[in-house]
Design a protein around this ligand. Structure first.
Ligand code: PBG
Length: 323
């Protein structure tokens, strides 16, 4: 006989597991990142990211309709221009690749929210996220002016949410001002508030052709060792008018997601980045992981840590699995 008040564990049949589950991943939580390349009729595989492609803008109506049909609420656009220069001119061109892409998507699937990444690294020939001085250091304030032009050009093309990812100081404030002055008071800002200088961006840089030609991004991205700094960064962005915050990458920074979720009451996105995607894909292709199970578990963990939204290259597969 066991003592009467022996602590008991809940018997977990599948039904009971469903009833007592604490965390739910919903299709509504997902944001799908898309690479758009200035070209025609292009669907180009990205070798380090199996099943992900670079599309030309004319291909997007079909892609956007499919994503919307899965119930995914939003896409996040990255542009790959034909021409790069030292100051990223193509980033704010009225008919630049992202501006064209926004119009194509909005025409084809108006219900799909379009988020645009605002950064210069894909548009500069040196691959850094801003304007450089002669020594090769990023000049913060000159960069801000270009970034606000980029943000405004995206809003004019129809973007719903602007996501500055450059990590310059003061960018959220100047972008908010530029949007308001341009009559885009309702265009939201999702700030990459907490962006670490991470090795997990490797495949993205191949996908977007944005590897710096010299040096690295440690001067303007965060040290993986720091978490109090994440709170400072997020506070600044909140003061400057961010509507939503982001932590990036996701899986190696679940503790940071938890801290930011507890500290701020703005909606929080976590970005499961290219390297996180590539790891799961590669191991699955080797037969070392159950891909679908790993996709679901990683998404669940990111939500459990406190994220409201997940930006993930697995969004389409997740939407199918969650159906
Ligand atoms: C910068 C940017 C990067 C990513 C998103 N925005 C690359 C970087 O900082 O080098 C990485 C996303 C990913 O790895 O999936 N425009």
């Amino acid at each position: 006989m066991f003592p009467e008040n022996r602590p008991r564990r809940l018997r977990q049949t599948e039904t009971i597991r469903r009833m007592v589950r604490e965390t739910h991943v919903r299709v509504d939580d997902l944001i799908y990142p898309l690479f758009v390349k200035e070209a025609d009729a292009l669907k180009e595989p990205i070798s380090s990211m199996p099943d992900q492609f670079r599309y030309s803008p004319d291909m997007l109506p079909k892609v956007a309709k499919h994503i919307a049909s899965l119930g995914i609420p939003a896409v996040l656009l990255f542009g790959i221009p034909r021409k790069k220069d030292s100051v990223g001119t193509q980033a704010h061109h009225k008919d630049g690749v992202v501006q064209q892409a926004i119009r194509q998507i909005k025409d084809a699937a108006p219900e799909l929210a379009v988020i645009t990444d605002v950064c210069l690294c894909e548009y500069t020939d040196h691959g850094h996220c801003g304007i450089l001085d002669e020594k090769g250091n990023v000049i913060n304030d000159d960069t801000l002016e270009v970034l606000s032009n980029v943000a405004l050009s995206h809003a004019k093309a129809g973007a719903d949410i602007i996501a500055p990812s450059d990590m310059m100081d003061g960018r959220v404030g100047v972008i908010r001002d530029a949007l308001d002055e341009g009559g885009f008071e309702n265009t939201a800002i999702l700030s990459y508030a907490v962006k670490y200088a991470s090795a997990f961006y490797g495949p993205f840089r191949e996908a977007a052709g944005s590897t710096p030609s010299f040096g690295n991004r440690k001067a303007y991205q965060m040290d993986p060792a720091n978490v109090r700094e994440a709170l400072r960064e997020a506070s600044l962005d909140v003061e400057e008018g961010a509507d939503m915050l982001m932590v990036k990458p996701a899986m190696p920074y679940l503790d940071v997601i938890r801290v930011i979720a507890d500290e701020f009451d703005l909606p929080l996105a976590a970005y499961q980045v290219s390297g996180e995607y590539a790891m799961i894909k590669a191991a699955s292709q080797m037969g070392w992981l159950d891909e679908d199970a790993a996709i679901l578990e990683s998404a669940t963990s990111i939500k459990r840590a406190g994220a409201d939204m997940i930006i993930t290259y697995f969004a389409q597969r997740l939407a199918e699995l969650l159906r």
